[in-house]
Every structure is written in C-alpha cells, then in structure tokens.
Design a binder for this molecule. Structure first.
Ligand code: NAG
Ligand code: NAG
Ligand code: NAG
Ligand code: NAG
Length: 191
C-alpha cells in the first residue's frame, strides 16, 4: 500500500514537472506571458494618410450592393442596403496615384433618420514595411458630416494589438454616379 502510494506521488510529480517543461503539450487553457516573449517593446503611435476610392458606377465598380430590404427603395436614407467593397487606397487623391492598400469589407445603411453607415472593414496595406499588415475598422459613418470618426478595433502584422481611430473626410463626390473619394487620417497605437 505504502509502496503504491509513493509510486503514485512520483507519477503526479513527474507529470507536473513535464507540464512545466512542455506547456504546449499540457491541457492548460490560459497562462500569463511576459510581453517580451512576443517581442513587444514600446507602444508606438503612427499616423497614416491615404485616399479611399468608392467606385459604384461603370464597368469595374469596387463597391457593389449585395442586399437590400423592401423598404430600402422608399427609405430616405436607403435603410437596409448592404454593400461589399474592395476599394483602392492611394497615396494621393487621384486614383492613378500610388496604391498603398485596399479597403475590403462591408458597409450598410443602419440609420433610419439620417444617412448613417455601419462600416465593417479590413484595410490591407501594401506599402513598404506595412505590406501584408491589416487594420480592422468597426464604426459609424454619417457620410454627409464633414468629418467622421471610426474606431480601429485591431490589426495584424505590424499592427498587432492595434487600437486607435480613423477620421474620414469626403473630398470629392459625384452625385450622378455616386462615386466618391474620401481622405483618411488614421491614428493608431501599436507595437
Ligand atoms: C428597388 O428599385 C429597383 C429599381 O428602382 C428595383 O430594381 C429593385 O427590385 C427594387 N428593390 C426592391 C427590394 O423592391
Ligand atoms: C417584398 O416585396 C415583394 C414584392 O412586392 C413581396 O413578394 C415580398 O413578400 C416582400 N417581402 C417582405 C419581407 O415584405
Ligand atoms: C489624375 O491623373 C490622370 C493621369 O495622370 C490625369 O489625366 C487626371 O487629370 C488626374 N485627375 C485629377 C482629378 O487630377
Ligand atoms: C507585398 O508582398 C507580396 C507578397 O509577399 C508581394 O508579392 C508584393 O510584391 C509586395 N508588394 C510590395 C509593394 O512590396
């Protein structure tokens, strides 16, 4: 009896020390990590500036309506429409200027009383060291306001642990076609 007990104790101890040595193999759900184990040093503040081209007309639109409600057509705010976009982001206001990224995701009319969009977007960047990094935006966009602010809720690559905000200002809008160019100033904290 005493012998099998001590054998059991030994097995428990060995299992415990092995789990410390090989945490990946254990069934541990969560643990604390020092920040430097992920190479996180000092948090930085970056400012990004670019132009967003929302092209809804012509042969090669970058924003297409994918759904709407029966009441969308009669709603003054287009309430209920949903659009999928893959909009180019450029360094200058002209579409032919340098492509720095793309805004990919969904916007939808989510306000009955005024034109207010729900924006659910990933900004995928191609520029320099940011190539392959993304920022995720989730916010409210009252497109007729001079400046709109939307939260940055996260990011990937160089923008891991990102948080911040984006300010959008329409610089050009064609009433007939619906095409628009929007200037973005993004302020983001990341490592
Ligand atoms: C809304 O109007 C457009 C054209 O005016 C029509 O093609 C479309 O079917 C209408 N949609 C609904 C849901 O009624
Ligand atoms: C939308 O309108 C169509 C055509 O008028 C009708 O058949 C359909 O039942 C309506 N849908 C709803 C959810 O009211
Ligand atoms: C954009 O650039 C193209 C080609 O460089 C030029 O033809 C066009 O006039 C420019 N548009 C504006 C609005 O500056
Ligand atoms: C960005 O990265 C992709 C894939 O790694 C590469 O094909 C592309 O040329 C890069 N673009 C720029 C502008 O560096």
């Amino acid at each position: 009896m005493a012998k099998s007990l001590s054998k059991m104790t030994a097995i428990i101890f060995i299992t415990f020390f092995l789990s410390l040595l090989f945490p990946g193999n254990s069934q541990t759900f969560s643990r604390n990590l020092p920040r430097k184990s992920l190479g996180l040093k000092r948090e930085k503040l970056s400012h990004l500036h670019f132009y967003f081209h929302d092209i809804v007309s012509g042969r090669n639109p970058t924003a297409v309506r994918v759904a709407s409600a029966n009441m969308t057509n009669t709603s003054a705010t287009g309430f209920g429409f949903v659009a999928m976009i893959d909009d180019p982001l450029t360094a200058g206001p002209n579409l032919s200027s340098k492509l720095v990224g793309r805004a990919q995701g969904i916007y939808a009319s989510a306000a009955l009383e005024e034109v207010g969009l729900l924006m659910v977007l990933n900004y995928a960047f191609f520029e320099g060291k940011y190539n392959g990094s993304t920022l995720s935006i989730l916010g409210r966009n009252t497109v007729l306001s001079p400046v709109r602010e939307m939260p940055i809720v996260g990011g990937s690559g160089l923008f891991r642990f990102a948080r911040g905000y984006a300010q959008a200002k329409t610089v050009w809008f064609d009433v007939r076609s619906g095409d628009a160019v929007v200037e973005y100033n993004v302020y983001v904290l990341h490592y």
